[in-house]
Design a protein around this ligand. Structure first.
Ligand code: NAD
Ligand code: IPM
Ligand code: MN
Length: 355
C-alpha cells in the first residue's frame, strides 16, 4: 500500500527516538512491499524558533493530508515560562484540529523487565491494561484567565464528548476481556457526575455485554499499583488520564516504554510515546526508543490497517528486549546499556530487515 506519513520530531530527545521510528517504518515498507512517503515538519519549540508558532500552518496542513502522524516530544527549559508561546500549545492545537478525542495508552509489561520496575514481579504478572484518555476536552481546553491576584482554568465536558470516548473505550473492551473501569471524581466535580451518568447510560444501553465499574481517581491511583492485573480497559477524562498513565508507566519499568495512539472519527491518527522531551538526557544518544517503536506498531495497526506488520514490529521489540538489548533507564546495574541507535538496529535485525 501507499501512505503519506507526517513526521514531527519535536524537541529534546524527540528527534533521537523518532529517528529510530522512521528507520523502522522504512524497513517495514521494504520488507512487506509498501510505499511510505515520510515528510518531516517542525513542531513545538523548534517551530517557535523558526516561525514564532509551535504549530505552523504548513505543519498542520501536512498532518491533515497525511494518513498518520508520528511525533517525538515537545517542550524544554528554553521555552518555559515566562515565554509567551509554549511548545505544548502546538501539541494541544494539533490534537484538537485533527479531532483526536481518544488517546489509547496500552500498558503490558514485558516479563524480562519485571526487575526494572519498582514494583514486585508478583504484582506485575498478568498486567495487560489499556487506558483510553479523553484528549480534546476538560480542563486542558476550558477558558483560562489570570490577573495579579488569581488564576482560573475551567473544566468543561459536554454529553457528546463523553459519549464518543466511552463508545471508543467500550468498543475496544469488547475485543479484550470486556471489562471497563470508568475513572472520575464524582464525589466532588460536576463534570465527573455528568461523566458517570453518561458512561452508565451508554454502556448499559449499547454495550450490555461489557462489565462496567466506576472508580474515583484517587482510589484508582492506588489500585493501579496495588492490583494492576485486575484492570482491562480504563476510560477517563483528559487530565486524570495524563497523570494515571505516567504512574502506570512504572509497571513497565520506564516511561520510555509506553506508546500511544490518538484517534478520532476517521482513521487518521497521531502516534507518540507518552514521555516528554527529557531535557536531562537529550543529545546523548541514550534515550529509550521502545515507546516510539511500539507507537509505530500502533500506527501500522490503527491508521494503515496493517495488522500483520504491526505484530511483526511488536514481536521484534519483544525479542530485542528478551535478548537483553536495554537502554540506560532499564539496564540492570553493572551491565552495559544499549544506545538509542543500537536498539533501533537490533529491532530491525529481529524484523528480518537491515537498514
Ligand atoms: P519527561 O517525560 O520528558 O521526563 C521525565 C523523566 O523521564 C526524565 O528523567 C527523563 O530523562 C525520563 N525519560 C523520559 N523519556 C525517556 C526516554 N525515552 N528514555 C529514557 N528516559 C526518559 O517529563 P518532564 O521532564 O516532566 O518534561 C520535560 C518536557 O517535556 C516538558 O517541557 C514537558 O512539557 C514536555 N512533555 C512533552 C510531552 C509530549 O510531547 N507528548 C509529554 C510529556 C512532557
Ligand atoms: C502528554 C503530555 C502532554 C499532555 C503535554 C506536553 C501537553 O504530558 O502527552 O502526556 O499533558 O497531554
Ligand atoms: Mn503526560
Amino acid at each position: 500500500m501507499k501512505a503519506l506519513i507526517a513526521v514531527l520530531p519535536g524537541d529534546g530527545i524527540g528527534p533521537e527516538v523518532v529517528g529510530q521510528g522512521t528507520r523502522l517504518l522504512r524497513a517495514v515498507a521494504e520488507r512487506f512491499g509498501h510505499s511510505f512517503e515520510l515528510t518531516e515538519a517542525p513542531m513545538g519549540g523548534v517551530a517557535i524558533d523558526l516561525t514564532a508558532s509551535p504549530l505552523p500552518p504548513e505543519t498542520l496542513a501536512l498532518c491533515q493530508r497525511s494518513e498518520a502522524v508520528l511525533l517525538g516530544a515537545v517542550g524544554g527549559p528554553k521555552w518555559d515560562p515566562p515565554a509567551k508561546v509554549r511548545p505544548e500549545q502546538g501539541l494541544l492545537e494539533l490534537r484538537k484540529a485533527l479531532g483526536l478525542y481518544a488517546n489509547l495508552r496500552p500498558v503490558a509489561p514485558f516479563p524480562a523487565l519485571y526487575d526494572a520496575s519498582s514494583l514486585k514481579p508478583e504484582v506485575l504478572r498478568g498486567v495487560d491494561l489499556l487506558v483510553v484518555r479523553e484528549l480534546t476536552g476538560g480542563i486542558y481546553f476550558g477558558e483560562k484567565r489570570r490577573d495579579e491576584t488569581q488564576a482560573f482554568d475551567a473544566c468543561v465536558y459536554t454529553v457528546e464528548e463523553v459519549v464518543r470516548v466511552v463508545r471508543a473505550a467500550a468498543t475496544l473492551a469488547r475485543t479484550r476481556r470486556k471489562r471497563l473501569t470508568s475513572v472520575d471524581k464524582a464525589n466532588v466535580l460536576e463534570t465527573s457526575r455528568l461523566w458517570r451518568a453518561v458512561t452508565e447510560r451508554v454502556v448499559r444501553e449499547e454495550f450490555p455485554d461489557v462489565e462496567l465499574k466506576h472508580l474515583l481517581v484517587d482510589a484508582c491511583a492506588m489500585h493501579l499499583i496495588k492490583r494492576p492485573a485486575d484492570f482491562d480497559v480504563i476510560v477517563t477524562e483528559n487530565m486524570f488520564g495524563d497523570i494515571l498513565t505516567d504512574e502506570a508507566a512504572m509497571l513497565s519499568g520506564s516511561i520510555g516504554m509506553l506508546p500511544s495512539a490518538s484517534l478520532g472519527a476517521n482513521r487518521r491518527g497521531l502516534y507518540e510515546p507518552i514521555h516528554g522531551s527529557a531535557p536531562d538526557i537529550a543529545g546523548r544518544g541514550v534515550a529509550n526508543p521502545y515507546g516510539t517503536l511500539l507507537s509505530v506498531a500502533m500506527l501500522l495497526r490503527h491508521s494503515l490497517g496493517l495488522e500483520k506488520e504491526a505484530r511483526a514490529v511488536e514481536a521484534a521489540v519483544a525479542t530485542s528486549i528478551e535478548a537483553g538489548t536495554l537502554p540506560a533507564d532499564l539496564a540492570p546495574p553493572g551491565t552495559r546499556p544499549a544506545g538509542t541507535e543500537e536498539i533501533g538496529t537490533a529491532v530491525l535485525a529481529h524484523l528480518g530487515a537491515h537498514r
